[in-house]
Design a protein around this ligand. Structure first.
Ligand code: GLU
Length: 442
């Protein structure tokens, strides 16, 4: 089994592409297949190396590795050879219409309430007419001659699919400048790289009918196809590729955890509930039959919640290096103190400030602060220090509950809410606690 993920390096990966990559990845894992990363860079004007690099980086971040990577531009000779073969079979024919001519015909067809399907006028040109057109300097583009029959396949998600290619225009495979459009190179590469499963969004269903006809002309065997419904927004709106906020890049900057995104994209739109499962478990449970026929709803808030929950469950060892990279100390004790308060990893930076200082204490109740300073136990502090201290303070001051804890929190952290003080206290340490109780910014 072999799958491929075939992004065009014309922009950043967005959640939609990432989901395609992920479904391919899970299918390959489940069925012990290999994963090919194919860079669809035939559009030379729009393809950029920086996007290719970003795609590689983003996939790695998401935890999607590949066994093989190919660039379509490096395989143009193969695409040309296939085109010659199709010409030899009479399946690829030159057409000379300009864009304007085609547009005029399309409008005419629409006005006559006819389907705007290419009329194959080019097929009827005599060789003299062709020579005459070429003598005028017209360069042909090349169209694939569809069978105009019903193409059928068993789709692993959609079940039996039937598309009548009589309703489609013969697709242009080669532009007048000799460059290839996506359709043919994709088939050639899928054949030559021995891709067994083409797994992609349902926006490619019609392409598949065309591509199956090209496969039939070039190969012995057809791959399997799976077309899953696309991602839509919470309200059912289309997720546009251009929405930067849905790029992996942006989500990463906003603090979404890769593992959470992985788990989220693995399950939305399936019959299984979204859960914080690991890659192995998600792959083991993967099944095309679990992918629903309705669009999958992408909800950034649900993802953010999942990402926070993931952080709440991470062991210190798993985040040690990331904490160090963020300049945060305090070891395991600090991590455990602040972990439940995180919505994203970078929150640790501000929380570390509460320990390290300086913070601006807020002394709401001077009398209580003085009493608290007098009753503060000697070091070493441990997990019980807080309850001993506040127990004594409650007895002495006669205050309890919010009246007692709010002024203490404000004095020690300058904030109304935050991590458990019981855990922060030993980290802040006696000297700083005393200074803060005096209102000093330390
Ligand atoms: N480059 C194509 C795309 O991004 C690949 C489609 C396919 O999977 O064949 O839409």
């Amino acid at each position: 089994m072999r799958v491929r993920f075939a992004p065009s390096p014309t922009g950043l990966l967005h959640v939609g592409n990432a989901r395609t990559a992920l479904i391919n990845f899970l299918a390959a894992r489940k069925l012990q297949g290999s994963f090919v990363l194919r860079i669809d860079d035939t559009d030379r004007e729009r393809s950029k190396l920086e996007y290719e690099e970003a795609i590689l980086e983003d996939l790695e971040w998401l935890g999607i590795g590949h066994h093989l990577m190919v660039r379509q531009t490096e395989r143009v000779d193969r695409h040309r050879a296939a085109a010659e073969l199709l010409k030899g079979k009479g399946l690829l024919y030159p057409a000379y219409e300009t864009t304007e001519e085609l547009e005029r015909r399309r409008k005419r067809a629409l006005a006559l309430k006819q389907p705007p399907v290419y009329d194959r006028a080019a097929l009827r040109l005599s060789s003299e007419e062709r020579t005459a057109l070429e003598a005028q300097g017209r360069r042909p583009h090349w169209r694939f001659r569809l069978s105009q029959t019903k193409v059928r396949w068993h789709d692993l998600v959609r079940g039996e699919v039937e598309i009548d290619t009589a309703h489609l225009s013969d697709p242009v495979l080669i532009r007048a400048d000799g460059s290839f459009l996506y359709t043919l190179p994709s088939v050639v590469d899928d054949i030559e790289l021995a891709v067994t499963h083409i797994i992609r969004g349902e926006d490619h269903v019609t392409n598949t009918a065309v591509q199956i006809e090209i496969f039939a002309a070039l190969a012995e065997q057809l791959p399997m196809f799976a077309h899953f419904p696309l991602l839509v927004g919470v309200g059912g709106e289309a997720l546009s590729k251009r929405l930067g906020s849905l790029s992996l890049r942006q989500m990463r900057e906003e603090g979404v955890e890769a593992q959470a995104l992985f788990a989220y994209l693995a399950r939305i739109g399936t019959s299984e509930p979204v859960a914080l499962a690991g890659a192995e478990e998600l792959a083991a449970g993967f099944d095309f039959a679990k992918i629903g026929r309705a669009p999958a709803h992408f909800d950034p808030a649900e993802l953010a919640g999942l990402s926070a929950r993931l952080l709440h469950g991470l062991d210190y060892e798993m985040v040690r290096a990331r904490l160090a990279a963020l300049g945060v100390g305090g070891g395991r004790a600090f991590w455990q103190a602040v972990q439940p308060n995180l919505t994203r990893m970078s929150d640790v930076v501000d929380l570390w400030r509460l320990v390290e200082g300086p913070i601006v204490p807020c002394i709401e109740d001077g009398e209580l602060a003085q009493m608290a300073a007098a009753l503060l136990p000697a070091e070493p502090f441990d997990d019980d220090t807080w309850s001993q201290w506040t127990g004594a303070l409650a007895a002495r001051s006669g205050r309890k509950g919010r009246e007692l804890f709010r002024p203490l929190r404000l004095a020690l952290t300058g904030l109304e809410h935050g991590p458990e003080l019981k855990k922060l206290l030993p980290l802040i340490g006696r000297d700083k606690v005393l200074a803060r109780l005096e209102g000093k910014s330390v």
